[in-house]
Design a protein. Structure first.
Length: 515
């Protein structure tokens, strides 16, 4: 009797302590339970296209609100957390922390890309696949991506970083002269200047008929592709991070004079964390709705999965190796504690990443799990995680390497060591350049294909399953950020002991003692 009471109490404690996590898992399961049967009902012929879209919007509506709330918190979270983290350290420590963050994240990204290559070369999913319809992709190349990355690090407008980002885009330039007759005098004097005129104006394939007074031009293919730096409607998180770091360094150098600003930001951050807590309690419903909405929207789930089954298996195996073997091994080697406890505590973030397909939207949850459940130093978490969410995407690097060689196999190209190296390097670069938003990896995959000399139109084959694989790679990306945070904290421990401003905002009583 006594032991059964103890068991009930123990179970009750487990449920109470992990209530949110249990509810999130229930949310994920319910998403599938609701989405799958609803899919066959909705996709049946009884509904027309518009009705189907309306149902999809309604099923996914709660999820849409959930993602909006998470996104709403990103800006105040990034700005307050980074400024405070940097302001509480001296400049040398910030520099060291930054270097460690970059080195660690680069290292795990390359490991992920190499795992992807090894798996895809062993499983050879492309040899068994069927060809699908292809679509016209946009232009993306490695140099543009790297330049965009650097460009965005140095924003030209602080306010704009919160909603716009610079991006090199390619525009189809349609020649306005079509089947036109131009008087000869317009072509600077005489018909002899015609070729110069055409060259200057970049008018493409021609049929040209010259007479003594006019030139008749019939343009057959009037398209020219132009590169342009444009501002796209998307948060420039990298720019926000640089501005916050610069502000934090200045604030730290200001000494006691900067104290009111630090205190204000400290209170702001506490408010943001309280709001994140509140939003987290809506996450079971949000995640359930996101998954169900996506499933309902799928036209033929069975066929899609069947035709790309080997690619899906290869990618998920790679991600499982990275998340369940590589990360635990790294954690154990550097920290010498049970890695699975750490990963267990990150579950809420992983499920949120699975639901939202966005590392950026998941950032508030990642931060909460790392700080509150895994007890990582607040300053490290606040500095490392926003950077990780933006540039560290191990799951994406792994996927891009797999997808690139998959497309090579599909087209019967053989890949030598040189091409394999190019794939690893460009997959890592493409993952760093990918935005922390849904399906960003699919866009930067084009640059990997271009570098490897493969047909970029083949990305069209992957559209149908990207929504699914994106969830796994985002969960892996977020987990990688969190493990990195613990490792970097370990290496930075000694620096923090030297830092007098050490606990400036993690422990208010200590702050008072120092100031
Ligand atoms: N959705 C991923 C992320 O936000 C990026 C990608 O691989 O598409 O981390």
């Amino acid at each position: 009797m006594d032991s059964s009471v103890r068991l009930v109490t123990k179970l009750r404690n487990i449920v109470v302590n992990n209530l949110l996590l249990i509810l999130i898992i229930v949310g994920v399961v319910c998403g599938f339970i609701i989405g799958l049967p609803l899919n066959s009902h909705v996709q049946s012929s009884r509904y027309d296209f518009e009705e189907r879209k309306k149902i999809v919007i309604l099923v996914g509506f709660v999820g849409e609100i959930f993602v909006r709330l998470l996104k709403l918190l990103i800006i105040p979270l990034i700005i307050t957390s980074i400024v405070l983290a940097v302001a509480s350290l001296d400049t040398a420590t910030t520099g060291k922390l930054g270097r460690r963050t970059v080195i660690y994240y680069l290292g795990t990204t390359f490991i992920a890309a190499i795992i992807g290559v090894i798996l895809v070369l062993s499983i050879r999913p492309g040899d068994t696949a069927v060809q699908h319809e292809k679509s016209q992709p946009r232009h993306v190349n490695a140099m543009d991506s790297i330049l965009d990355l650097i460009r965005n690090l140095f924003p030209d407008n602080l306010v704009e970083t919160t909603f716009r980002t610079s991006e090199t885009t390619y525009k189809d330039h349609v020649n306005s002269l079509y089947n036109t007759t131009i008087p000869v005098r317009d072509i600077r004097g005489s018909p002899g200047n015609l070729s110069k005129f055409l060259e200057n104006n970049l008018y493409d394939p021609w049929s040209v008929n010259e007479t003594s007074t006019s030139v008749r031009i019939i343009k057959k293919n009037s398209k020219k592709v132009w590169a342009k730096i444009e501002k796209t409607d998307r948060m420039n998180v990298l720019g926000m991070i640089t501005c916050s770091i610069a502000f934090g360094i200045a604030l730290s150098n200001l000494g006691p004079e900067g104290r009111p600003v630090k205190e204000l930001l400290d209170v702001c951050l506490k408010i943001v964390m309280m709001l994140i807590n509140a939003v987290m309690w809506t996450s079971p419903f949000g995640i359930c709705s996101l998954i169900a909405g996506k499933l309902v929207d799928m036209e033929d789930i069975g066929k899609t999965f069947e035709s790309l089954a080997y690619l899906i298996v290869t990618t998920i195996t790679g991600i499982a190796i990275q998340a369940l073997i590589v990360y635990p091994a790294i954690y154990f080697i550097f920290i010498r504690k049970n890695p699975f406890r750490y990963l267990f505590n990150m579950q809420a973030a992983a499920y949120t990443a699975f639901g939202t397909s966005s590392s950026a939207a998941t950032l508030p949850v990642t931060l909460k799990c790392v700080k509150e459940l895994n007890k990582v130093d607040t300053r490290v978490a606040h500095f490392v995680l926003p950077i990780g969410a933006t540039v560290n995407m191990d799951g994406t690097a792994l996927y891009e390497a797999v997808a690139c060689i998959y497309i090579a196999q599909l087209n019967g190209y053989s890949f030598g060591i040189g091409k394999v190296l190019i794939t690893v390097l460009t997959s890592a670069a493409a993952s760093i350049g990918a935005a922390a938003i849904p399906s960003a990896g699919l866009v930067t995959l084009i640059m990997v294909l271009e570098a490897a000399g493969l047909p970029t139109t083949d990305v069209g084959l992957l559209y149908s399953i990207d929504w699914f694989l994106d969830r796994f790679r985002t969960a892996c990306n977020v987990t990688g950020d969190a493990v990195g945070c613990a490792v970097i904290e370990k290496f930075s421990h000694a620096d923090f002991l030297d830092n007098s401003a050490n606990v400036a905002y993690t422990n208010p009583s200590a702050t008072e003692a120092i100031l």
